[in-house]
Design a protein around this ligand. Structure first.
Ligand SMILES: NCc1[nH]cc(CCC(=O)O)c1CC(=O)O
Length: 341
């Protein structure tokens, strides 16, 4: 007789977070069978409640800390996070136990419905067009390539941001979102342009962990660690560990202009991980880029790849860029924002 037990899953309360939690429960249920039941415990986190402060001023853990408190006091057994919202250092006693198969990791451009398909790419937008994003990573990289565009904060969950984009009085000519969030909510048709390193006219390197889900558990909780193995995608987990190692080495947080792009490629007859990194100043005027492709067999090698490339970029000027941002964050927190307008 298989032991019956219930697993309490912690999650944010947004439509995207709940959709992502359903995906994880479906995967775990399929592997564990009917003896394991799942209870969803959702909550609004600081990042959900504070819809006005520019994200960079809210600091790390805005999407995760309150959920982690519930994990530590055993109110929940697993937290389902968007991996990109997880700081690279976790609270004592918490571990990243699994990374799921990645949805499309790219950023995308969403154009207002009122434009009727007039524009197909950022490069088509007229001088002075206003692009909405709350991400300094997105704004810094795009300022580098699109000097005629104006960038402005756009806060809220995905439905709220789409509504602001479509509002003819909202003042946005486009907004930037993650493909993964739109695809998981069935908004595929809102994707106007995919942005990646090779995009004509200027692209974007995505956020560390973007498109993947991270399952956070208590250290030493062997039963849950075993259960969540069913949700693990090895290739995504190694890529994500390399990306998170870049962020940890550069001591970045959720709101720093560090972009990454990982791809598993065939190189000299072997499967290798190609890692690209870009660190860009807030105004887009200074940038350090790097790329490395290596054969990776485990999480330790993945972390070593991220660390070595990050150390190289730090020496080549990335540390100065990030030090200037951290100095600004400490001296004038409100100045660390996206908006030109
Ligand atoms: N806090 C924002 C956030 N966190 C995760 C996603 C998208 C889903 C993902 O990247 O896995 C988003 C929305 C966005 O960036 O457009």
């Amino acid at each position: 007789m298989t032991e019956e037990y219930t697993v309490k899953i912690g999650t944010r309360r947004s439509a995207l977070a709940l959709a992502q939690t359903d995906l994880v429960i479906a995967a775990l249920s399929k592997a564990a069978g009917p003896s394991v039941k799942f209870e969803v415990h959702s909550m609004a986190t600081m990042g959900d409640r504070d819809k006005t402060t520019p994200l960079p001023s809210l600091g790390k853990g805005l999407w995760t800390s309150e959920l982690e408190a519930k994990l530590v006091n055993k109110e929940v057994d697993v937290i389902v996070h968007s991996l990109k919202d997880m700081p690279t250092s976790l609270p004592e006693g918490c571990v990243l136990g699994a990374v799921t198969q990645r949805e499309d990791a790219r950023d995308v451009v969403v154009f207002p419905r009122r434009q009727g398909g007039e524009y197909k790419a950022l490069k088509d937008l007229p001088e002075g067009s206003v692009v909405g994003t709350s991400s300094v990573r997105r704004a810094a990289q795009l300022k580098r390539s699109y000097k005629g565009l104006v960038f402005r904060d756009v806060r809220g969950n995905i439905d709220t941001r789409l509504a602001k984009c479509d509002d003819e009085n909202g003042g946005y000519d486009a907004i930037i979102l993650a493909a993964a969030g739109l695809l998981r909510l069935g908004y595929d048709e809102r994707i106007g342009q995919y942005l990646e390193s090779s995009t004509e006219g200027g692209g974007l390197l995505h956020a560390v962990g973007q498109g993947a889900l991270g399952l956070e558990i208590r250290e030493g909780d062997e039963k849950i660690a075993e259960l969540i193995k069913a949700a693990v995608d090895e290739d995504t987990m190694m890529a994500a560990f390399a990306e998170r190692s870049v962020m940890r080495t550069l001591e970045g947080g959720c709101s720093v202009p560090i972009g990454v792009e990982t791809k598993w490629v065939e190189d000299e007859g072997e499967k290798k991980l190609r890692l690209k990194v870009a660190v860009v100043s807030l105004d887009g005027k200074k940038a350090v880029d790097g790329e490395r492709t290596e054969k990776i067999a485990n999480l330790e090698e993945a972390e070593a790849l991220g660390r070595s490339l990050a150390e190289k970029l730090a020496r080549e000027g990335a540390q100065e860029i990030l030090d200037a941002i951290n100095k600004l964050r400490e001296s004038a927190p409100g100045a660390l924002k996206v908006s030109d307008a």
